[in-house]
Write a protein that binds this ligand. Sequence first.
Ligand SMILES: Cc1cc2nc3c(=O)[nH]c(=O)nc-3n(C[C@H](O)[C@H](O)[C@H](O)COP(=O)(O)OP(=O)(O)OC[C@H]3O[C@@H](n4cnc5c(N)ncnc54)[C@H](O)[C@@H]3O)c2cc1C
Length: 418
Amino acid sequence: MSMSYTDFSPIRVAVVGGGAAGMMAAYSAACMGAEVTLFERNDRLGKKLRITGKGRCNVTNDCDRDAFLSNVPTNPRFLFAALSAFTTADTKAFFEDLGVPLKTERGNRVFPQSDKAIDVVNAMKRAVQDAGVKIVTERVRSLLLEEGEVRGVYTEKPYLFDRVIICTGGKSYPLTGSDGDGYRLAAQAGHKVTRLLPSLVPITCEGALCRGMQGLSLRNVGLTVKDNATGKAVYRDFGEMMFTHFGLTGPMILSASAHLPDIAPGKYTAYIDLKPALDEKTLDARLLSDFSKYQNKDFLNCLGDLLPQKMIETVVECSGIDPRKKVNSITAVERRTLGALLKAFPVKLYGFRPIDEAIVTKGGVDVGQINPASMQSKLVKGLYFAGEVLDVDAYTGGFNLQIAFSTGFLAGQSAATD
Ligand SMILES: Cc1cc2nc3c(=O)[nH]c(=O)nc-3n(C[C@H](O)[C@H](O)[C@H](O)COP(=O)(O)OP(=O)(O)OC[C@H]3O[C@@H](n4cnc5c(N)ncnc54)[C@H](O)[C@@H]3O)c2cc1C
């Protein structure tokens, strides 16, 4: 049988979105021989990637697959094949090979040795370009669909392709370009998009308690979040947090938010252990010693050695002890009440800040309509999804970027070969 020239022409793949997932998808599809065009609405690639990990980019988490999946609260099983196709070890090797040496920090978090997210962005950009990917800085407005198959994308004009991979990210930090376009494209193709919620997001609190301490950052404190109805602890952590005009933020709070998807006014209280290194007995001895040192002062003026200045007034108020009471007349019961307050300073949680301020979007393209072995749509032939646009999200620690890399790699490979 004779073959026409077109039988050998490469598969034309469009990747929509030049973030973590899109760059990886474009790279892997091009490496598999496809002719790849990467559409990015910004004038440069990886705008969100640049600000990840406070500008340091926590590229992955150096753990095994089971440990990884235990850090994915939404649809972990969907990621099984993707995480096998491109593992955390593959991510490390990928960047090391591209000349970005890495280091592993506390909690298996992997960062570039340079502590510069821009090194990660530049390396990915180089990989994409060297693989022969064509970059078009245009916003994809709709998909070209025909008879249940994808035929291309439409920006200001139509572009024809055999396969399209949607990697448009979530809806958070919209100034980076990820403002939810992908959900509209998915809906146009008939896909269900689950409810979009913020995750890894600052938390608002009841009353004006936090406002009085805004700007105060606490390091090395303990945090326990309890369900008010059951009294059960739903989250415990140790580390850093911050008071703001609306409530609480900082690494521990963002992590806690992912464990409180059903947050509502009155449902949860955060208890801050301000002195985690001291047990109650030792703390009481410390209070006794400070009280004897400042015995002739007013109560309001005796906590300077124990607490940051910005917290004293609030703690004194919460203790119920008269701020003008002389320290030498504070009773043992009052002292113990104060000790208990320092070990479990309560802040009533109210809700989440808007999705714009979230690190990731919870919810997205329903994974029940996507083949987990290829990332291809079960509804539209030739259409693929990867990254945060999917209904998967994880805790902090490099897991979200790894999800983008793994699903991106698998989608690219599948689109080029299916
Ligand atoms: C402040 C911050 C810090 C973070 N730090 C970390 C971290 O250290 N480690 C970690 O694992 N995760 C981190 N994350 C989460 C992580 O950045 C995301 O989960 C990840 O970037 C998702 O990758 P993505 O490729 O799916 O989407 P994105 O990286 O958001 O990329 C989507 C791209 O698509 C483009 N796009 C959107 N719509 C269109 C369209 N219609 N046409 C063309 N282009 C379009 C966008 O401009 C964007 O460039 C952080 C997030 C934030 C906001």
